[in-house]
Design a protein around this ligand. Structure first.
Ligand code: PLP
Length: 386
C-alpha cells in the first residue's frame, strides 16, 4: 500500500478505468446469470441505510421490525403468514441454515440428506460443513426429482429430504406435494429450495400458467430458500430463509450476550449483517406489490417463450424442455454445446455452461433487442459449426 493517500477524485477515476472491463447488465450481454440489476428504489434506500447492522438488533430494533414484516410479506405469497426467518447473504447461507436446523431437529448419528442431482452445489458445502452425507438421487424424464428414487434412498440415518422449486440448470420444479408426503410418512425434515423460483412461481398464475403447489401449502415443508437478490430485484446480498414457524428457527438460534444493544439471538451464520439489505427488500415489496412482480415476470416469460420458440427453429439446436420459468436450456444432438458456448463467449455473451446444455436466463434487464441479437449470433455460430 502506498504511504500517501490518493485524493477521492483520483480514486473514482481509477475505479472507472479499472472496472470498465466488467460485464454490465444494461448491455444485455449477461444472459446466463440469476443475479440482477437492482431496482433504482432499492439502490437508493440501500445506500441511505448502509450503517444498519442486524447483528445487533438491540441497536436497530426498527430494522428488526422491518425484517419481520418482510418475512411476513414473502410468507404471504408462499402460503404461510406465520413463517419465521431472515434476510441473509444468499441462497447458499439459506440452504446451510436449513440443513443445520434439520440436523438439530433429528439428532441422529451419521446424518444423511437426500436431494436430487439437480440441487445446487451449496448443499454439498452444507454437507461438508455440517458433517452430513449428501445423497443425490436421479431425475425423471421431465428433469424433476424422481420420488421413487428418493423413497428408496431413505435409511435409518436420513434426517431430511430437499426439493427444488426452480432448479439452477433448467428452472424445473420438483413434485413438492409428493415429496412432502414422503417426508411426513417417514418423519423427516423437508426443505424446499426456491432461491430462484420463489419470486417467479407465485406470479406466474396471472399468466394463466398452471403452477403446482411448491410452498408451505404442502404440509411437510419445514423451510424454504427464497432469494430477493435473484428475481426479487434486490441488491446483493439478499437471500431469504423462511421456516414454517418460530419453533423451527429456534433450533439454530444462538444467544449472543456481549452486544452493545444488549443480549440477542442470532439464527444466521454471520454475526454482523446488513440491515440495508432488509430495508431494500422491504421497500421493493411495498413499492412493487404483487402486481409489480406479476408485470416483471410476465415480461420475462414473454421473452423466454419467444427465445425458446426461435431456438427450436435453428437447425441443429433444441431446447431441453419447455421453460417452466424464465430459464431456457439450449442443447444439441449434432453439435458440441461446449464449442457453441465458447463461440458465444467470444462474441461477448455471458452464458452459463452445464454438462449437457447452455443455460440462458431472461432476467428483467434483458430486452427484446438483446434476444434478437443473441439469436442472430447463435444462428451464425451454428451455421459455421454444421
Ligand atoms: N439455490 C438455487 C436453486 C440456486 O440456483 C442458487 C444460485 O444460483 C443457490 C441456491 C445459491 O444462491 P447464492 O448464489 O445466492 O448463494
Amino acid at each position: 500500500m502506498q504511504n500517501k493517500g490518493w485524493p477521492q477524485k483520483k480514486i473514482l477515476k481509477e475505479l472507472e478505468i479499472r472496472l470498465a472491463k466488467d460485464f454490465a447488465y444494461e448491455s444485455g450481454r449477461i444472459i446466463g446469470s440469476m443475479c440482477n440489476n437492482p431496482h433504482p428504489l432499492a439502490r437508493k434506500v440501500y445506500a441511505r441505510y448502509l450503517e444498519k447492522n442486524l447483528g445487533d438488533v438491540g441497536l436497530f430494533p426498527a430494522v428488526a421490525e422491518l425484517e419481520k414484516e418482510t418475512i411476513q410479506m414473502i410468507g404471504s405469497f408462499l402460503s404461510n403468514r406465520e413463517a419465521s426467518g431472515h434476510i441473509i447473504t444468499g441462497g447458499t447461507e439459506a440452504n446451510i441454515l436449513a440443513l443445520w436446523a434439520a440436523k438439530k431437529s433429528a439428532k441422529k448419528e451419521k446424518p444423511e440428506v437426500i436431494l436430487p442431482v439437480s440441487a445446487h452445489w451449496s448443499f454439498d458445502k452444507a454437507g461438508d460443513l455440517l458433517n452430513i452425507r449428501i445423497i443425490r438421487t436421479r431425475l425423471d424424464s421431465k428433469f424433476q426429482a424422481d420420488v421413487a428414487a428418493v423413497t428408496n434412498a431413505i435409511t435409518p440415518h436420513t434426517i431430511a429430504i430437499v426439493g427444488i422449486a426452480g432448479t439452477t440448470g433448467l428452472g424445473a420444479v420438483d413434485p413438492i406435494v409428493r415429496l412432502s408426503e414422503v417426508a411426513l410418512d417417514n418423519d423427516l425434515y423437508f426443505h424446499v429450495d426456491a432461491a430462484f423460483g420463489g419470486f417467479v412461481l407465485p406470479f406466474l398464475k396471472k399468466l394463466g400458467v398452471e403452477v403446482p403447489v411448491f410452498d408451505f401449502e404442502a404440509p411437510g415443508v419445514c423451510s424454504m430458500t427464497v432469494d430477493p437478490h435473484k428475481m426479487g430485484l434486490a441488491p446483493i446480498p439478499a437471500g431469504g430463509i423462511l421456516f414454517r414457524n418460530k419453533k423451527i428457527r429456534e433450533l439454530i438460534s444462538w444467544n449472543v450476550s456481549y452486544l452493545a444493544g444488549g443480549e440477542a439471538k442470532h439464527a444466521s451464520i454471520v454475526g454482523t449483517r446488513s440491515g440495508a439489505s432488509v430495508i431494500a427488500v422491504w421497500s421493493l415489496l411495498k413499492h412493487l406489490g404483487k402486481e409489480g412482480y406479476e408485470r416483471i415476470v410476465k415480461r420475462c416469460m414473454r421473452l423466454t417463450w419467444k427465445l425458446a420458440d426461435e431456438i427450436k427453429n435453428i437447425e441443429g439446436l433444441e431446447i431441453m424442455a419447455r421453460p417452466t420459468m424464465n430459464i431456457v436450456g439450449l442443447t444439441s444432438h449434432t453439435l458440441d454445446v461446449k464449442r457453441v458456448a465458447e463461440e458465444l463467449r467470444l462474441k461477448g455473451w455471458a452464458v452459463a455452461l452445464f454438462p449437457r446444455h447452455i443455460r440462458i436466463v431472461i432476467m428483467p434487464y434483458v430486452q427484446e433487442r438483446h434476444i434478437n441479437k443473441f439469436l442472430e449470433d447463435l444462428k451464425s455460430i451454428t451455421h459455421e459449426q454444421r
